[in-house]
Design a binder for this molecule. Structure first.
Ligand SMILES: NC(=O)c1ccc[n+]([C@@H]2O[C@H](COP(=O)([O-])OP(=O)(O)OC[C@H]3O[C@@H](n4cnc5c(N)ncnc54)[C@H](OP(=O)(O)O)[C@@H]3O)[C@@H](O)[C@H]2O)c1
Length: 328
């Protein structure tokens, strides 16, 4: 088994998830850029030395989990597949390719049958949203959603976690705030800007919900209008969703469906001030849904608030779950 991008925010979680879920790994190879060569990372109590990602790094490897960015995936994933390795890729490089299954195991594990050496992991905000939306779609047929995301800085990677920590310290110490990752200060602010802007005015991240949602749910008519927002939260994305369905939906029926949904916990007791919070959803495998209510602007509509650790369900956990499916 190999982890490509092992030193990154997602890579570190991949190593932890392989260990925690006792995935059958006989040898783990950790790959990153030349900057990290010689760094040691722990797996099952042993220190493994990080090696440089090179074209011939995949000989003898059965499964490679990639999380080193789109350009690295584009260059190295086809080489790894050619060397006989199954690639599970976290970047957006192959998600919309017809030959590449885009999989959330709780939703469309069956698509894995058609893989040709590369399998894609979905966008993190899309994955968290679909964990609640898909079971509702199965029951009531979703037509369209309007959604706003509240995305944690770890979604941008390890350097963005450092940026929030640094800016918080700078502000507390009354020092000038410095920016390296985001175009504006992220501490004590929210940025309505995730990923790059398209000519339509939406960002690429915002369009992933519709495009990837259609592919994963096998629902080509699904429509999604999304505003993605970066918030000064370290870990776990939250999404406020208004969904319109073909079939009539009640809160009780929806709750019944959501209570049975795999990988999802219903946390919905507003009287007791219980609803999903990113602080408490962090480091958990299951996503959480709450604030379930009838949408007052749609006839067959439902509002809900879904939260999930995007480093896990939006990346490392989903990738390891895909690897587990491959072994079945
Ligand atoms: N963060 C999330 O929540 C999330 C969720 C879903 C998908 N993803 C995707 O996962 C990927 C990684 O994200 P991240 O958040 O983990 O980023 P990150 O913290 O910045 O980590 C990037 C990783 O890629 C490695 N890398 C960079 N350039 C490289 C090169 N030239 N050759 C080999 N390795 C190289 C880095 O190694 P060095 O340490 O040596 O630089 C590091 O291990 C991205 O494609 C991202 O879109 C992230």
């Amino acid at each position: 088994m190999a982890v490509v991008g092992a030193t990154g925010a997602v890579g570190i979680e991949m190593i932890k998830t392989l260990e925690k879920r006792n995935f059958p790994v006989s040898k783990l190879t950790l790959l990153a850029s030349a900057r990290s060569v010689g760094r040691k990372l722990k797996f099952r109590g042993q220190e493994i030395t990080v090696k440089e990602l090179t074209k011939d790094a995949f000989a003898g490897i059965d499964i490679a989990l990639f999380s080193a960015g789109g350009s690295i995936s584009k260059e190295f994933a086809p080489l790894a597949a050619k060397a006989g390795c199954v690639v599970i890729d976290n970047s957006s490089a192959f998600r919309m390719d017809n030959d590449v299954p885009l999989v959330i195991p709780e939703i469309n594990a069956g698509d894995l049958r058609h893989h040709k050496g590369i399998i894609a992991n979905p966008n993190c905000t899309t994955a968290v949203t679909l964990m609640a939306l898909y079971p509702l779609h199965e029951a009531f047929n979703v037509r369209r959603i309007f959604a706003s995301s509240y995305q944690a800085v770890s979604g941008t990677g390890a350097k963005a976690i450092d940026e929030l920590q640094r800016q918080v310290s700078q502000i507390v110490e009354a020092k000038p705030v410095t920016k390296e990752v985001y175009p504006h200060q992220i501490a004590f602010n929210v940025l309505p800007h995730v990923d790059s802007f398209l000519p339509s005015g939406y960002t690429k991240e915002e369009m992933k919900m519709e495009n990837e949602g259609r592919k994963i749910m096998h629902h080509p008519a699904f429509r999604a209008s999304v505003t993605c927002v970066r918030v000064p939260v370290y870990r776990a994305h939250s999404v406020a969703v208004s969904a319109e369905f073909e079939k009539p939906v009640t809160v009780d029926n929806a709750r019944e469906v959501l209570l049975k949904a795999p990988g999802l916990d219903v946390v919905d007791n507003p009287e007791k001030k219980e609803y999903p919070l990113p602080l408490y959803a962090a480091e958990r495998y299951n996503c959480q849904v709450g604030r379930i209510r009838k949408d007052c602007a749609f006839d067959n509509g439902l509002c809900f608030w879904v939260v999930g650790d995007q480093l896990l369900k939006g990346a490392a956990l989903n990738a390891v779950q895909i690897a587990e499916e491959l072994l079945k």
